[in-house]
Write a protein that binds this ligand. Structure first.
Ligand code: FES
Length: 105
């Protein structure tokens, strides 16, 4: 198996987003990864969904590993920024970060 550069987990549960917007974000992530040519090659990104990331508020929540960067209240426009700036170019979208792995918040 070719390695992945990053793994993005999207919470599709209903506690952090009663409208289940995480499901929409998860679907949009697939389209954006394809558009940005992030499905194959050395920069490829694995997409995954989870029923809960333990936050259960301010969703949709997504977590990017191995960076350990978590984003909250992710809208479609913000997701596009995260994909292009963070996943494609490696620049964390600092103003959208609400948690970093290993730091309490
Ligand atoms: S339901 Fe999304 S973080 Fe718990």
């Amino acid at each position: 198996m070719d390695p992945y550069s990053r793994h993005v987990l999207v919470c599709t549960g209903s506690y952090c987003s009663p409208e289940k917007k995480g499901r929409q974000i998860y679907a949009e992530l697939a389209r954006l990864l394809q558009r940005e040519d992030l499905l194959f090659g050395p920069d490829r990104v694995k997409r995954g969904e989870t029923p809960c990331l333990g936050v259960c508020a301010a969703g949709p929540i997504i977590a990017v590993y191995p960076d350990g960067i978590w984003y909250a209240n992710v809208t479609s426009a913000q997701l596009e920024r995260i994909v292009v700036e963070h996943l494609k170019h490696g620049r964390v979208v600092e103003e959208l970060v609400f948690h970093r792995l290993g730091e309490s918040s």
